[in-house]
Design a protein around this ligand. Structure first.
Ligand code: CA
Length: 434
């Protein structure tokens, strides 16, 4: 899509909380699922409030599409996503008009406002999608090079890396919403200098800051998504924390890649920021150097600004800091624009064999790391495998996560000429192994 009046920086909503410093101004309008006591239902955020899509549809505020009414009464966003990009764009324009007052039918009807518009803190967030399949890519060349150089100093980047987006099939059953406890996993590891493996709680527990996109309109087995059509099949982005047990990973990963090191928990943020909302934050990707081969035609970008400028910030709050009432400490700040492969390239490559995509499938990017040490999106890199611990303000340090640590991830978009929008947060607290 291209920019339209819904992106106008001068647009202002009559919802007051959408005008202050908020992740959800009128230019954002992210989707989520909330329960206000009558079961989960799709909503769209505006400031501190939400529009209940089912009730808005029943009142005829969102047009007369029967298919939309059906999708708006579902307990997740899968059906809505499968309606495709054009329906989503039309819905965005309708909501923008209603919430700016360009269409006064909601603003001028106090009874409708009381029913359709709810305070976020009166309900609780639910999982946005029923995720059928979860794939995790490895698209930061900085992350791949850093991790590779720790495990294979003389051969850090595999020869395929610059030719295709490397990924693996993850485990959808262990993807959960942010905010809860994350139990330290146990697994099989080979301690340093030991000859035999042991089973027990992971001692090298880590997070990975990633962004993930949900598939919009699905595809049939045997059909490919080509580059020009790729954006239409992407619903929107959320924050993903791919919790990782590094000691388990190190012992198990060859030759088939991650398995139990990753399948104990993956967390997602509750709000899904649409591709339409992200349009003002399209930027050129990293410059390709002489070492970069020309990609095969199916993987070549069809627009120069296929990357997205999204700030990715990770903070840590230890149990001791929490007890003293201290603020979380920022341990890294990265930017999604540094990713070697775009989300469109991930999707095109994923379906290049004819692999079917279903609405609500989650495709994560891999750890978002940039060129500077402060931009590295996991502790393995940030502390260089524990050799350069993160120094915390109270004099303590972290090599890997300890029980009671809360990892808080935030992401937002901020560029000149556009209104800042946020993706919200994705937080989880480590609890002891059981
Ligand atoms: Ca990962």
């Amino acid at each position: 899509m291209s920019l339209d009046h819904t992106h106008d920086p001068d647009l202002i909503s009559w919802v007051e909380s959408a005008r202050d410093h908020t992740d959800f101004p009128i230019q954002n309008l992210p989707f989520g699922v909330m329960d206000f006591g009558k079961g989960p239902r799709p909503v769209v955020a505006i400031g501190d409030e939400v529009i209940d899509l089912q009730l808005a549809t029943e009142r005829g505020l969102l047009g007369d599409r029967g298919e939309l009414a059906c999708a708006a009464s579902a307990p997740n966003l899968n059906a809505l996503a499968n309606l495709g990009a054009e329906v989503r764009l039309e819905l965005r324009r309708r909501l923008s008009a209603l919430l700016t007052g360009a269409d006064p039918s909601l603003h001028d009807d106090s009874e409708a406002r009381a029913v359709v518009l709810r305070k976020q803190d009166e309900g609780h967030m639910c999982a946005p999608f029923a995720i059928g399949d979860y794939t995790d890519f490895y698209c930061s060349i900085h992350h791949a090079t850093n991790v590779g150089s720790m495990f294979r100093p003389d051969n850090p980047l595999m020869p395929n890396y610059r030719h295709l987006p490397v990924g693996y099939h993850g485990r959808a059953s262990t993807v959960i919403l942010e905010g809860g406890d994350v139990c330290r996993p146990s697994g099989q590891t080979l301690p340093v200098e030991a000859s035999d493996p042991i089973y027990g709680p992971s001692r090298l527990l880590d997070y990975e800051f990633e962004l993930g996109f949900y598939v919009g309109e699905g595809t049939a087995l045997g059909s490919r998504i080509e580059m020009p059509a790729a954006p239409k099949h992407i619903f929107g982005l959320s924050i993903v924390n791919d919790w990782s047990a590094r000691d388990v990973q190190k012992w198990e990963y060859q030759p088939l890649g991650p398995f139990n090191a990753k399948n104990f928990c993956t967390q997602v943020s509750p709000w899904v920021v649409t591709m339409e909302a992200l349009e003002p934050f399209r930027v050129a990707g990293p410059t390709r150097g002489p070492e970069d081969p020309e990609n095969l035609p199916y993987l070549q970008p069809n627009r120069p600004d296929q990357s997205l400028a999204i700030v990715c910030e990770t903070s840590l709050l230890t149990a001791a800091m929490r007890e003293r009432g201290e603020d979380p400490f920022v341990i890294s700040t990265g930017d999604f624009r540094h990713m070697h492969w775009s989300i469109e390239q991930m999707l095109v490559h994923h379906t290049s064999t004819g692999c079917a995509m279903r609405s609500g499938d989650l495709i994560a990017s891999g750890t978002v790391s940039g060129p500077e040490p402060e931009s590295r999106g996991c502790l393995l890199e940030r502390t260089w495998r524990g050799s350069e611990p993160v120094q915390l303000p109270d004099g303590t340090e972290r090599k890997f996560l300890q029980d009671g640590d809360e990892v808080i991830m935030r992401a937002w978009c901020e560029l000149p000429g556009a209104v800042r929008i946020g993706l919200g947060r994705c937080a989880g607290t480590i609890t002891p192994a059981v």
